[in-house]
Design a protein around this ligand. Structure first.
Ligand SMILES: Cc1cn([C@H]2C[C@H](O)[C@@H](COP(=O)(O)OP(=O)(O)O[C@H]3O[C@H](C)C(=O)[C@H](O)[C@H]3O)O2)c(=O)[nH]c1=O
Length: 190
Protein backbone atom coordinates (compact mmCIF):
# COMPACT_ATOMS: atom_id res chain seq x y z
CA UNK A 1 0.00 0.00 0.00
CA UNK A 2 1.50 3.35 -1.01
CA UNK A 3 2.26 5.95 1.61
CA UNK A 4 -0.66 7.97 2.97
CA UNK A 5 1.57 10.84 4.07
CA UNK A 6 4.26 12.99 2.49
CA UNK A 7 6.71 13.80 5.29
CA UNK A 8 8.37 17.19 4.91
CA UNK A 9 11.35 17.89 7.21
CA UNK A 10 12.00 21.36 8.56
CA UNK A 11 15.11 23.19 9.70
CA UNK A 12 14.23 22.17 13.30
CA UNK A 13 15.53 18.70 14.26
CA UNK A 14 12.61 16.25 14.45
CA UNK A 15 9.91 18.79 13.54
CA UNK A 16 8.04 17.51 10.49
CA UNK A 17 5.10 18.61 8.35
CA UNK A 18 2.90 15.74 7.17
CA UNK A 19 0.81 16.22 4.03
CA UNK A 20 -2.09 13.80 4.19
CA UNK A 21 -2.91 12.07 0.91
CA UNK A 22 -6.57 12.36 0.00
CA UNK A 23 -8.45 9.39 -1.44
CA UNK A 24 -11.54 10.68 -3.21
CA UNK A 25 -14.48 9.22 -5.04
CA UNK A 26 -17.97 10.24 -6.10
CA UNK A 27 -19.12 10.19 -2.45
CA UNK A 28 -16.40 12.51 -1.17
CA UNK A 29 -12.94 11.92 0.33
CA UNK A 30 -10.99 9.86 2.85
CA UNK A 31 -7.67 10.63 4.52
CA UNK A 32 -5.81 9.01 7.34
CA UNK A 33 -5.15 11.20 10.39
CA UNK A 34 -2.71 8.82 12.11
CA UNK A 35 -0.87 5.64 11.07
CA UNK A 36 1.39 3.93 13.61
CA UNK A 37 3.65 2.44 10.94
CA UNK A 38 4.14 5.58 8.89
CA UNK A 39 4.34 7.85 11.92
CA UNK A 40 7.03 5.65 13.51
CA UNK A 41 9.15 6.20 10.41
CA UNK A 42 8.52 9.95 10.78
CA UNK A 43 9.59 9.93 14.44
CA UNK A 44 6.46 9.17 16.49
CA UNK A 45 7.86 6.49 18.81
CA UNK A 46 5.17 6.22 21.50
CA UNK A 47 1.53 5.08 21.79
CA UNK A 48 -1.03 7.87 21.61
CA UNK A 49 -1.89 8.83 25.21
CA UNK A 50 -4.69 11.31 24.39
CA UNK A 51 -6.47 12.81 21.41
CA UNK A 52 -7.65 16.37 22.11
CA UNK A 53 -10.17 18.50 20.24
CA UNK A 54 -10.38 22.26 20.70
CA UNK A 55 -12.78 24.67 19.08
CA UNK A 56 -11.88 28.36 19.01
CA UNK A 57 -14.66 30.78 18.16
CA UNK A 58 -13.07 34.07 17.22
CA UNK A 59 -10.55 34.93 14.50
CA UNK A 60 -7.39 36.36 16.10
CA UNK A 61 -7.59 34.22 19.26
CA UNK A 62 -4.28 32.86 20.53
CA UNK A 63 -3.94 29.67 22.57
CA UNK A 64 -0.47 28.85 23.92
CA UNK A 65 2.45 28.63 24.30
CA UNK A 66 2.13 25.41 26.27
CA UNK A 67 4.35 22.46 27.10
CA UNK A 68 4.77 19.77 29.75
CA UNK A 69 8.04 19.35 31.60
CA UNK A 70 9.93 16.06 31.57
CA UNK A 71 9.19 13.26 32.27
CA UNK A 72 5.73 14.24 30.95
CA UNK A 73 7.02 16.00 27.82
CA UNK A 74 4.74 15.38 24.86
CA UNK A 75 5.06 14.72 21.18
CA UNK A 76 2.06 16.24 19.36
CA UNK A 77 0.50 15.56 16.00
CA UNK A 78 -1.64 18.60 15.28
CA UNK A 79 -4.28 18.93 12.54
CA UNK A 80 -6.79 21.68 11.81
CA UNK A 81 -10.14 20.13 10.91
CA UNK A 82 -12.15 23.34 10.57
CA UNK A 83 -11.06 26.79 9.41
CA UNK A 84 -7.44 27.95 9.31
CA UNK A 85 -4.78 28.54 12.00
CA UNK A 86 -1.20 29.65 12.16
CA UNK A 87 0.35 26.86 14.21
CA UNK A 88 3.50 27.88 16.10
CA UNK A 89 6.13 25.96 18.07
CA UNK A 90 9.14 27.17 20.07
CA UNK A 91 12.16 24.91 20.56
CA UNK A 92 12.85 24.59 24.30
CA UNK A 93 15.36 21.72 24.09
CA UNK A 94 18.48 22.55 26.11
CA UNK A 95 21.46 22.62 23.77
CA UNK A 96 19.38 22.64 20.58
CA UNK A 97 20.80 24.59 17.63
CA UNK A 98 17.33 26.21 17.34
CA UNK A 99 16.87 26.82 21.09
CA UNK A 100 14.19 29.49 21.67
CA UNK A 101 13.65 29.84 17.94
CA UNK A 102 10.05 29.67 16.68
CA UNK A 103 8.57 27.97 13.64
CA UNK A 104 5.15 28.45 12.13
CA UNK A 105 3.02 26.67 9.55
CA UNK A 106 -0.52 27.32 8.35
CA UNK A 107 -2.82 24.38 9.05
CA UNK A 108 -6.30 24.29 7.61
CA UNK A 109 -9.24 22.04 6.85
CA UNK A 110 -8.34 22.45 3.18
CA UNK A 111 -4.55 21.96 3.11
CA UNK A 112 -4.69 18.53 4.79
CA UNK A 113 -1.42 19.20 6.63
CA UNK A 114 -0.48 18.08 10.14
CA UNK A 115 2.59 19.07 12.13
CA UNK A 116 4.56 16.48 14.08
CA UNK A 117 6.00 18.29 17.10
CA UNK A 118 8.74 16.43 18.99
CA UNK A 119 9.09 16.50 22.78
CA UNK A 120 10.65 19.69 24.11
CA UNK A 121 8.62 22.27 22.19
CA UNK A 122 6.08 24.81 23.36
CA UNK A 123 2.99 24.82 21.11
CA UNK A 124 0.33 27.36 20.33
CA UNK A 125 -1.69 28.83 17.50
CA UNK A 126 -3.63 31.84 16.29
CA UNK A 127 -7.06 31.40 14.68
CA UNK A 128 -6.98 32.91 11.19
CA UNK A 129 -10.72 32.44 10.73
CA UNK A 130 -13.70 32.23 13.07
CA UNK A 131 -14.72 28.77 14.30
CA UNK A 132 -11.47 26.85 13.97
CA UNK A 133 -11.13 23.32 15.33
CA UNK A 134 -7.94 21.43 16.09
CA UNK A 135 -7.64 17.69 16.55
CA UNK A 136 -4.32 16.65 18.05
CA UNK A 137 -2.77 13.48 19.38
CA UNK A 138 -0.31 13.64 22.28
CA UNK A 139 2.14 11.02 23.50
CA UNK A 140 1.90 11.84 27.22
CA UNK A 141 -1.19 12.21 29.40
CA UNK A 142 -2.27 15.65 30.59
CA UNK A 143 -0.34 16.29 33.81
CA UNK A 144 -1.36 19.66 35.29
CA UNK A 145 1.55 19.76 37.72
CA UNK A 146 4.01 19.37 34.84
CA UNK A 147 2.46 22.13 32.70
CA UNK A 148 4.64 25.03 31.67
CA UNK A 149 4.09 28.00 29.39
CA UNK A 150 5.76 30.83 27.52
CA UNK A 151 4.13 34.18 27.01
CA UNK A 152 3.02 34.15 23.34
CA UNK A 153 3.80 37.88 23.12
CA UNK A 154 7.28 37.62 24.65
CA UNK A 155 9.50 39.99 22.57
CA UNK A 156 12.51 37.78 23.27
CA UNK A 157 10.80 34.92 21.38
CA UNK A 158 9.44 37.39 18.84
CA UNK A 159 6.61 35.33 17.32
CA UNK A 160 5.22 37.25 14.35
CA UNK A 161 1.47 36.74 14.88
CA UNK A 162 -0.36 37.76 11.69
CA UNK A 163 -3.49 39.21 13.30
CA UNK A 164 -4.22 41.51 16.24
CA UNK A 165 -4.95 39.35 19.30
CA UNK A 166 -8.73 39.21 19.73
CA UNK A 167 -8.95 36.77 22.65
CA UNK A 168 -6.37 35.23 24.97
CA UNK A 169 -6.88 33.53 28.32
CA UNK A 170 -5.72 35.34 31.47
CA UNK A 171 -3.43 32.39 32.10
CA UNK A 172 -1.72 32.68 28.70
CA UNK A 173 -1.50 36.48 28.86
CA UNK A 174 0.03 36.18 32.32
CA UNK A 175 2.74 33.69 31.40
CA UNK A 176 6.25 34.89 32.37
CA UNK A 177 8.73 36.18 29.82
CA UNK A 178 11.88 34.16 29.23
CA UNK A 179 14.91 35.29 31.29
CA UNK A 180 18.64 34.58 30.94
CA UNK A 181 18.21 31.97 33.70
CA UNK A 182 16.00 29.80 31.46
CA UNK A 183 18.18 26.85 30.39
CA UNK A 184 15.53 24.96 28.49
CA UNK A 185 14.22 21.41 28.87
CA UNK A 186 16.55 18.50 29.56
CA UNK A 187 14.47 15.70 28.09
CA UNK A 188 16.44 12.94 29.74
CA UNK A 189 15.68 14.51 33.14
CA UNK A 190 14.37 11.87 35.58
C1 LIG B 1 -4.55 20.23 27.60
C2 LIG B 1 -5.64 19.71 28.53
C3 LIG B 1 -6.41 20.56 29.27
N1 LIG B 1 -7.37 20.05 30.08
C4 LIG B 1 -8.22 20.96 30.85
C5 LIG B 1 -7.49 22.00 31.64
C6 LIG B 1 -8.45 23.17 31.61
O1 LIG B 1 -9.39 23.04 32.67
C7 LIG B 1 -9.18 23.01 30.29
C8 LIG B 1 -8.63 23.91 29.21
O2 LIG B 1 -7.22 23.75 29.24
P1 LIG B 1 -6.32 24.84 28.54
O3 LIG B 1 -6.83 26.19 28.87
O4 LIG B 1 -4.88 24.50 28.87
O5 LIG B 1 -6.60 24.54 27.01
P2 LIG B 1 -5.73 25.17 25.81
O6 LIG B 1 -5.42 26.59 26.09
O7 LIG B 1 -6.45 24.81 24.57
O8 LIG B 1 -4.36 24.38 25.87
C9 LIG B 1 -4.02 23.45 24.86
O9 LIG B 1 -3.72 24.20 23.73
C10 LIG B 1 -2.36 24.39 23.42
C11 LIG B 1 -2.29 25.02 22.05
C12 LIG B 1 -1.61 23.12 23.49
O10 LIG B 1 -0.75 22.80 22.66
C13 LIG B 1 -1.87 22.22 24.61
O11 LIG B 1 -2.08 20.92 24.11
C14 LIG B 1 -2.99 22.56 25.47
O12 LIG B 1 -2.39 23.17 26.59
O13 LIG B 1 -9.01 21.65 29.90
C15 LIG B 1 -7.61 18.71 30.20
O14 LIG B 1 -8.49 18.29 30.96
N2 LIG B 1 -6.84 17.85 29.47
C16 LIG B 1 -5.86 18.30 28.63
O15 LIG B 1 -5.20 17.47 27.99
Amino acid sequence: MSSRFTVVPTSFDGLKILERRIVGDERGSFHRMFCANELAAAGWKSPIAQINFTRTTLRGTIRGMHYQRAPFAEMKLVACVSGRVLDVVVDLRAGSATFLKWFSVELSEDNHCSVLVPEGFAHGFQALTDDVALLYSVSSPFTAEAEGGLNPLDPRIGIDWPLPVSTISARDAGQPHVTDAFEGMKLDAA
